[in-house]
Design a protein around this ligand. Structure first.
Ligand code: NAD
Ligand code: UDP
Length: 435
């Protein structure tokens, strides 16, 4: 052993002018290496190693997750390998998912399970967030909910307590927070006019894209149809820039979300953060805050309590109502897909508030009275999403009509208001998705 080391040292020395050693025989080093390998059965170890490596990477067939629109398990690994790795952040995002340069085809050896992601859902104790958390946990991901319970409730996520894949952090998103995660769904923000007008300045600043930049996670912003303001284009396409009053009582929300979109895109362009933007249209379903002042929750609670349905203004203003399971599906497709957006996520079925009141009467109480009240300031006259882009690029469209979704919300509200109904809220959402 000692002599070999000394000999290699000689090989490495540069040739000097004063001394020209006899050149090595060309095959000498090869035969030396062969003799070394044969001694003490080292060759056997090398061959066994090569055989094992070949077995794992070549002989065992690999499974490839296929992009399959309208399936419930979203094929994150495959969809992400479709777009080029151009930036450091894209690399780090893909690297986290285990699909970096070491495995350029995105193939997972058979028998190895898809690695669960670590995902933050801000506002995850709220209405939409808690349904999203259910889907992510069911898919096998680890979810960290960050919520200050301003409008959300622990009850919405309590069924995950004790699950090692679930964590809940009471935290206000206006304060910094550093978490090592793969994806961030940013929902934290009061969504009903009553709540967002309560602390308008806070409404504007409730976003924290910095987190995504620090850890290289993909960041999805839940923006809103309110960015179109009182729209002059109908239905609204994503290319429409909107008609928003910058100094009105709704501006903290409308302009706050517009600013959030701007910041999100600036981080994307300037700091190469991976981002996605969803523009959500009016959404309803189980777990909505009962007294949040939104029209669907107001009408349902009023009809159940035998109170008059309060129609603001003349009731001819329109909205398009989307069931929450459709929205969650759209958000997940957007996050896993290859397009930044913005994407309208809403149900194009358009109703005046008087028509909505009629559907509520049909569903709950045909004798429910309607009471007209003065309308609120800057109330948009009409709203209906053009979802062509989401259909084409995400393969997404809503499946649950208002007449089908409303009864599912009613059973949840009945249970929470009177405590007399057996059916739980988590089962109602699944029924709608499968129907
Ligand atoms: P929600 O009020 O039920 O949920 C919001 C959640 O965020 C709550 O759990 C609340 O406690 C939490 N939160 C609010 N401010 C926070 C803060 N500063 N720090 C930490 N947590 C905070 O509302 P939602 O209907 O579930 O809406 C979720 C998201 O979707 C919001 O960003 C909203 O703007 C957007 N959106 C919803 C609709 C809709 O019709 N539901 C429409 C358009 C956009
Ligand atoms: N609205 C109503 N009665 C209510 C609550 C709201 O007629 O009890 C109207 C409101 O004026 C608006 C529409 O319903 O035109 C939707 O209001 P919501 O607050 O649900 O959503 P947003 O205005 O944010 O779309």
């Amino acid at each position: 052993m000692g002599s070999e080391l000394i000999y290699r040292g000689h090989e490495a020395q540069p040739a000097s002018d004063s001394y020209s050693p006899k050149p090595d025989k060309p095959w000498a080093s090869v035969t030396r290496a062969a003799r070394y390998m044969l001694r003490e059965q080292r060759l056997l170890f090398v061959l066994v190693g090569i055989a094992i490596a070949t077995l794992i990477f070549t002989i065992i067939p690999t499974s490839r997750v296929q992009l399959a629109p309208h399936t419930t398990t979203t094929p994150i690994l495959d969809s992400i390998t479709y777009f080029p790795i151009e930036t450091q952040n894209k690399f780090s995002y893909q690297h986290r998912l285990g699909i970096g340069s070491g495995n350029p085809t995105g193939k997972i050896p058979l028998g190895l399970k898809r690695k669960g992601l670590r995902i933050v859902v801000t506002g995850g104790a709220g209405f939409v967030g808690s349904h999203l958390v259910d889907r992510l946990i069911a898919r096998g991901d680890s979810v960290i909910v960050v919520d200050n319970f301003f409008t959300g409730r622990k009850e919405n996520v309590m069924h995950h307590f004790g699950n090692p894949n679930f964590e809940l952090i009471r935290h206000d998103v206006v304060e910094p927070l550093l978490l090592e995660v793969d994806q961030i769904y940013h929902l934290a923000c009061p969504a009903s006019p009553v709540h967002y007008k309560f602390n308008p300045v806070k409404t504007i600043i409730s976003f924290f894209t910095r987190l995504a930049k620090r850890v290289g996670a993909r960041f999805l912003l839940t923006s809103t149809s309110e960015v179109y303001g009182d729209p002059l284009q109908h239905p609204q396409k994503e290319t429409y820039w909107g008609n928003v009053n910058p100094i009105g009582v709704r501006s903290c929300y409308d302009e706050g979300k517009r600013t959030a979109e701007t910041l999100t895109m600036d981080y994307h362009r300037g700091a190469e953060v991976e981002v996605r933007i969803a523009r959500i249209f009016n959404t309803y379903g189980p777990r909505m805050c009962i007294d949040d002042g939104r029209v669907v929750s107001n009408f349902v609670a009023q009809a159940l309590r035998k109170e008059p349905l309060t129609v603001y203004g003349d009731g001819k203003q329109t909205r398009s109502f989307q069931y929450v399971s459709d929205l969650v599906e759209g958000l997940m497709r957007l996050m896993e897909g290859e397009h930044v957006g913005p994407f309208n996520l809403g149900n194009p079925g358009e109703f005046t508030m008087l028509e909505l009141a009629e559907v509520v009467q049909e569903t709950i109480d045909p004798n429910a009275r309607i009471e007209f009240r003065p309308n609120t300031e800057d109330d948009p006259h009409k709203r209906k999403p053009d979802i062509t882009r989401a259909k084409e690029l995400l393969g997404w469209e809503p499946k649950v009509s208002l007449r089908k979704g409303l009864p599912l919300m009613v059973s949840d509200f009945r249970q929470r208001i009177f405590g007399d109904h057996k059916e739980g809220s988590s089962s109602t959402i699944n029924k709608a998705s499968s129907g």
